[in-house]
Design a protein around this ligand. Structure first.
Ligand code: SAM
Length: 330
């Protein structure tokens, strides 16, 4: 699949549920309304949808959410997709998780071909962790991380940089990731969905500042390491592990965008930061064959926009897109 700007689309992110066992303050409102079950694709339908994308050239698949590991029986989807990895159709099967259920699932994930995972963790302080996630417990995530290590999964920690919330902990996070053997990626907070309460201007911290501050205490050597994602990586001289930065606001990385995203209702978003979307559930359900589905995918890729334009400042203190990250899948 090649889009109108010559970009090869080889990476699909699939939100398998909009539900989550956390309510991170920058991601969801506390009283979120979730989709009725009837609207959500079954695991078999998700497998079929992924199969169509793989036939059309997708080589990397990431399951996300909501929290992917809270979807009932989600391991059956990992098992099915794992076969695509074994037969060489996929290069990578991975997930983004909050880690709360990893202690239960790490071994199975490895068994089904997952080798690297992203775990979201914004603080190492238990009280702050519960304040940010509203419902989460740091200890269960740490247990999950230990299980992931034992299972042989490589871990990348994703940390959203939040002004006045975790910006006093970045050095500690770099040191801790070095000790644990994890890569660490900082992410700028993106203006997605209404939060209630805090505003984006209050939360937003440009990563150019974060990097400059880190460079006072750590040797950051530029690295050409790429995971197929938008992060720019540095190797931390003192630990040997990597620190990456995802900067959707201060640096627009759309020129190399190779991905599209599917929601758990089968809506395809060609860009995280734009509203345009294509419904794939109807063609999926209309016929048993995949011709209609594949035609709908091609038609959507032909409309992939050049990029997003997230802005956060006092004049633009509104969501750039109305949907929450948990809908599109972060
Ligand atoms: N539940 C999983 C998790 O916690 O990783 C997967 C879904 S979560 C929506 C994926 C990632 O999106 C998390 O790292 C989260 O911190 C990030 N995220 C959510 N809302 C965001 C926002 N407005 N700006 C930046 N990152 C956000």
């Amino acid at each position: 699949m090649i889009d109108p700007f010559g970009r090869h689309i080889s990476y699909l992110r699939v939100s398998v549920t909009d539900r989550c066992d956390f309510r991170c303050v920058y991601c969801m409102a506390e009283d979120m309304t979730f989709l009725p079950k009837a609207e959500i694709l079954s695991l078999e339908e998700l497998d079929r949808l992924c199969g169509a994308f793989i036939r059309l050239g997708v080589r990397k698949l990431r399951l996300t959410g909501g929290e992917p590991l809270v979807r009932r029986n989600v391991m059956s989807l990992f098992r099915a997709l794992g076969r695509q990895r074994t037969n060489g159709a996929l290069d990578e099967l991975t997930l983004t998780t909050n880690g709360s259920q990893l202690a239960r699932f790490a071994d199975e994930l490895y068994e089904y071909g997952v080798r690297r995972i992203n775990v979201s963790l914004d603080t190492l302080d238990s009280a702050k962790f519960t304040a940010i996630t509203r419902w989460g417990k740091l200890a269960s995530v740490k247990d999950g991380l230990a299980a992931a290590k034992r299972a042989g999964l490589a871990v990348k920690i994703n940390t959203v940089a939040l002004k006045g919330v975790n910006d006093d902990e970045f050095d500690r996070l770099v040191a801790w990731c070095g000790d644990e053997g994890f890569d660490l990626v900082f992410i700028e907070v993106m203006p997605m969905g209404e939060m209630g309460g805090e505003t984006r201007v209050e939360q937003y911290l440009p990563l150019s500042l974060v990097r400059a501050r880190l460079q006072k205490g750590w040797t950051l050597e530029e690295s050409d390491y790429r995971t197929g994602g938008p992060a720019r990586y540095y190797t931390v001289g003192e630990t040997g592990w990597r620190v990456g930065f995802i900067t959707p606001l201060t640096h627009n990385f759309c020129e190399s965008c190779n991905r599209v995203r599917i929601t758990c209702t089968g809506t395809l978003y060609m860009c995280l930061g734009q509203e345009d979307a294509a419904d794939l559930r109807a063609p999926l359900r209309l016929s048993e064959g995949d011709d209609l589905l594949e035609a709908a995918i091609h038609e959507a890729i032909a409309r992939k926009p050049k990029g997003h334009d997230f802005i956060i400042d006092r004049r633009h203190n509104r969501p750039a897109v109305s949907r929450h990250m948990s809908v599109t899948g972060g």
